[in-house]
Design a protein around this ligand. Structure first.
Ligand code: ADP
Length: 698
C-alpha cells in the first residue's frame, strides 16, 4: 500500500510543531492524498486521525472547482515551478457545510526533491460573511432609497437576508388592521405564499407577532410548533424577528429552513439587523401610503368643494351632493335626505344610482326616526350627529334591504354646529363588509361640505327673498307717495301763481318753501324708484332717436333756478352732437344728477357741460366741470356706491341721500358706457361720461 503519511522524522516533527497550533496545517502529496493534518485541521474538516491513516483525499475536502485548481497548483509546485503561494479556498466540510479558508502553501523537499505541499490555513468564513453582510446591507439601503413600493423593498431584503443567513426562505409579514399580510418573500415557496393573510388573534404567525420577541426554533418537530401549519409545510427550523417600533410591532420577519439547524448568536444578531432595516422601510412605506391616501382624499374633497360651489340653489345642490358622494366614494348609490323638523322625518331629495320605483317607495315612506322603521336606531344616531355603518342588513330587515338592493351602507349626518340639516347615505348593492377609513373620510367630508353649502344656499335664498320684499316695498311705497305729492305740488303751484286769489308776501314765501321742498322730495322719490328698479333687475333700455339739444333745453329750464348767483352755468352749443339713439330719460337723469351735484357743491365760479363726438368709435362724451369744493382722493371710488357722501356741509333742503351718483353709474353702464371722475379738494371736479351713440341692444 502506498504510504499516506509523512516519513518518520518528518511526521514526528510535524506533530511536535503543528499539532496544537491554532491554524489549520495540512500536508498533501502530488496525487492529492493528505499526508498529515494537525488537530485544528482535523476538527475543521471533520476527519479523525484514524480516518487520515486510512486515507483522506483532497477531493473529499475541497469544493470540486477548487479541487481542480488546487491540484493544478500542487502539481506545478512539485514540478519546481514557483507558484503564488497565498490564496482563498472554499472548503466543503464533511457535514456538507461550506467554509472559506485563507491558505499559504510551501513545498516540502526531501533530498532536494519536492515531494509534498505544506499548507497553513486560517478559517476566514466569519470575516467573509461579515463583509458579505455589510455588502448586502448596502444593497438593501439602496433598495430602500430607490424602490417605490414596500413589496419591492421587502423582496430585496428577503433575498439578501436569506442568502446571508443561509436559510431556505425569508418571509415578511406586515400588520394590516386585525390581520397580518405576507407582503414579500424570497426563496422556498416564495411565489406561492405572497399575498396570504392570517388573523392576528387566530394563527401561528399571529401568536409569534403577539409574543413580539425573537423566536428561535432549531427543530420544529420537537417544539411547541410541532402541530402548527408550519410543520405541515415542511418547515424544520425557524427564526422569527418582530419589526420593532414604539407600540405594537409593524410585522414579523420569518426565516425558515427545511432542515433542523442551529441559529448561532451571530445569525440571530444579523436577522435582528435586517429586521431593523425592514422596520425603517415598512414605516417609510406606510407613511408614504398614508400621505398618498391623504392626498387622494384631499383631492377628492377639493373636487367636491368645487362642484358644490357651482350652484347656490338648494335643489341643484342636493343633486350635486348625491353625485359627488357616489363618484368620489366610488360606491354604487348615494341618497340625500333633508331633515324636516316639523314633519319629524328626513325627506329624500336626491339620489344617484337608485332605480326609480324603489326611490319612489323610499320617498313615500320618508325616513322617520322610528324604532320600528327599516333601520332601527340609525336615524336617531344620525340626529345625534353620529355616522352609522351597516356592513350588512340588520337582523330582521333583510327583506327590506334585499328589495332595495342594499347590501351595505354608510349613513352620515350633514350637520353644522351640532344642528342636523340632513343625511347622506351611500353604499353598495352587492358588496358587504366594513367601509374603509378612506370611504368614511370621503363620505364625512362630502357631508360636512354639503352641510355648509346647503346652509349657504338657504341663507342666500333668505337674503334674496328679503331683498325682493324690500325692493317691492320701496317701489310700492314710492308710487303711493308720488301720487299725493304730485297733487300737493300741483295745488301749491296754482296757489303760488295766484289762481286762487292774491297772496300776501308771507304766504308767497311759505308757498315757495313748500314748492322747493316738495320738488326735492319728488326728486328723491323718483331716484328711489330708479334705484329699486335697478335693484330688482327691472331697469331696461328703451332707446329712442332724439337730438341732445332738446334734452339740454329741458335741463336748462329745470336746473337754471338752482344755479347760485355767483356761478355761471354753461351748456353745450346747439348741434354739438349728431342725433342719439339711446334711452332718453336715462341720459337726461345722468346729466341732471351730475349738473345738480356740480351746482350743489359750487358757490363761486363756473359749472360747464361739454359734449363731444368721437366719429371713429361712434361714441359720445359728456364732461361736467365745476369750480367747487372738490372731492378728496380717498372718496373718489366710493362716491359711486349707494348712500356714500363726503361730509355733510349742505343746507338740509339741498342735502341728497347719496343715491345720485349710484344711479349715474348704473344708468351709464346700462347704456353701454362708463363714468369717471377727476377731482381734488378746492380745485373743482370733472365728471366724464362716455357712451356709445347708439345704445347696445339688450
Ligand atoms: P348726494 O345725493 O349726496 O348728492 P351723490 O351720489 O350724487 O349723492 O353724491 C355722493 C357724494 O359725492 C356727495 O354727497 C358729495 O359728497 C360727493 N360729490 C358728488 N358730486 C360732487 C361734486 N361735483 N363736487 C364735490 N363733491 C361731489
Amino acid at each position: 500500500m502506498m504510504r499516506r503519511s509523512l516519513p518518520g522524522t518528518l511526521a514526528r516533527q510535524f506533530e511536535e510543531i503543528f499539532e496544537d497550533a491554532p491554524d489549520i496545517v495540512l500536508a498533501n502529496d502530488g496525487d492529492g492524498w493528505v499526508l498529515a493534518a494537525n488537530r485544528a485541521a482535523r476538527e475543521f474538516v471533520g476527519y479523525t486521525a484514524e480516518d487520515l491513516r486510512r486515507g483522506v483525499h483532497l477531493r473529499q475536502i475541497l469544493a470540486p472547482q477548487d479541487f481542480e485548481v488546487a491540484m493544478g497548483l500542487v502539481r506545478r509546485a512539485l514540478d519546481g515551478e514557483r507558484i503564488f503561494p497565498v490564496g482563498e479556498r472554499e472548503v466543503e466540510l464533511r457535514d456538507g457545510s461550506r467554509r472559506f479558508i485563507e491558505v499559504r502553501s510551501s513545498v516540502l523537499r526531501r533530498r532536494g526533491r519536492p515531494f509534498a505541499l505544506l499548507t497553513i490555513g486560517r478559517d476566514i468564513t466569519e470575516k467573509r460573511e461579515a463583509a458579505e453582510f455589510q455588502e448586502s446591507l448596502v444593497e438593501v439601503s439602496r433598495a430602500l432609497l430607490t424602490a417605490p413600493r414596500l413589496e419591492v423593498v421587502g423582496r430585496v431584503l428577503c433575498t439578501a437576508a436569506g442568502r446571508i443567513l443561509r436559510v431556505d426562505g425569508a418571509y415578511l409579514w406586515v400588520r394590516e388592521g386585525d390581520d397580518l399580510a405576507l407582503i414579500a418573500a424570497a426563496g422556498w415557496g416564495a411565489e406561492h405564499v405572497v399575498g396570504q393573510r392570517r388573523a392576528i388573534a387566530d394563527s401561528t404567525i399571529g401568536d409569534i407577532y403577539r409574543a413580539s420577541d425573537v423566536l428561535v426554533v432549531h427543530d420544529l418537530a420537537h417544539s411547541l410548533y410541532a402541530d402548527s401549519d408550519w410543520a405541515v409545510l415542511g418547515v424544520q427550523a425557524m427564526l422569527a424577528v418582530p419589526l420593532r417600533r414604539e407600540g405594537p410591532p409593524l410585522g414579523v420577519l420569518v426565516f425558515a429552513d427545511r432542515n433542523p439547524r442551529g441559529f448561532t448568536r451571530v445569525l440571530r444578531d444579523r436577522a435582528v439587523i435586517f429586521a431593523t432595516q425592514l422596520t425603517v422601510a415598512v414605516e417609510a412605506a406606510l407613511a408614504r401610503e398614508r400621505e398618498e391616501e391623504e392626498g387622494k382624499v384631499s383631492a377628492a374633497l377639493l373636487r367636491v368643494g368645487n362642484a358644490m360651489r357651482s350652484s347656490l340653489r338648494e335643489d341643484e345642490l342636493v343633486v350635486q351632493i348625491a353625485r359627488s358622494a357616489r363618484d368620489e366614494g366610488a360606491c354604487d348609490w348615494a341618497v340625500v335626505g333633508m331633515w324636516n323638523p316639523r314633519a319629524n322625518r328626513f325627506e329624500v331629495v336626491a339620489a344617484e344610482g337608485w332605480r326609480g320605483e324603489t326611490l319612489a317607495e323610499l320617498g313615500l315612506l320618508g325616513l322617520r326616526p322610528n324604532p320600528e322603521g327599516p333601520s332601527p336606531g340609525v336615524l336617531e344616531k344620525v340626529l345625534r350627529c353620529e355616522t352609522v355603518e351597516l356592513p350588512s342588513a340588520p337582523r330582521g330587515f333583510e327583506a327590506f334591504f334585499a328589495r332595495w338592493q342594499v347590501a351595505s351602507c354608510l349613513v352620515v349626518p350633514m350637520h353644522r354646529g351640532g344642528r342636523v340639516v340632513g343625511l347622506l347615505a351611500l353604499g353598495y348593492r352587492q358588496r358587504t363588509g366594513p367601509f374603509s377609513p378612506r370611504e368614511r373620510r370621503i363620505a364625512e367630508g362630502v357631508a360636512a361640505q354639503a352641510a355648509v353649502a346647503v346652509e349657504n344656499a338657504r341663507l342666500v335664498e333668505d337674503l334674496r327673498r328679503a331683498n325682493r320684499l324690500k325692493t317691492e316695498f320701496v317701489s310700492t311705497m314710492s308710487h303711493e307717495l308720488r301720487t299725493p305729492l304730485s297733487a300737493i305740488l300741483g295745488y301749491a303751484e296754482l296757489m303760488r301763481a295766484g289762481a286762487m286769489g292774491a297772496l300776501t308776501e308771507d304766504q308767497a314765501q311759505a308757498l315757495d318753501r313748500v314748492l322747493l321742498n316738495g320738488a326735492a322730495l319728488l326728486e328723491l322719490i323718483d331716484t328711489t324708484l330708479d334705484v329699486s328698479r335697478l335693484e330688482a333687475g327691472r331697469a331696461t333700455v328703451a332707446a329712442s332717436h332724439f337730438a341732445l339739444d332738446s334734452v339740454v333745453a329741458e335741463l336748462r329750464e329745470e336746473l337754471g333756478a338752482r344755479c347760485p348767483p355767483q356761478v355761471a352755468l354753461e351748456w353745450p352749443p346747439e348741434g354739438a352732437l349728431p342725433a342719439l339713439t339711446t334711452d332718453r330719460p336715462k341720459l337726461k337723469a345722468i346729466l341732471r344728477n351730475l349738473v345738480d351735484n356740480a351746482l350743489k357743491f359750487t358757490s363761486v365760479g363756473k359749472v360747464s357741460v361739454e359734449a363731444e363726438y368721437d366719429s371713429e368709435r361712434d361714441w359720445v362724451r359728456f364732461v361736467v366741470r365745476d369750480t367747487g369744493i372738490g372731492i378728496p382722493a380717498h372718496a373718489l371710488e366710493s362716491i359711486f356706491e349707494m348712500f356714500q357722501q363726503v361730509g355733510r356741509s349742505l343746507p338740509s333742503s339741498r342735502q341728497g341721500v347719496g343715491l345720485g351718483l349710484y344711479v349715474v353709474r348704473r344708468f351709464t353702464e346700462l347704456l353701454g358706457g362708463k363714468v369717471s371722475v377727476e377731482s381734488a379738494p378746492g380745485r373743482g371736479s370733472v365728471f366724464i361720461v362716455e357712451l356709445p351713440r347708439q345704445a347696445p341692444a339688450r
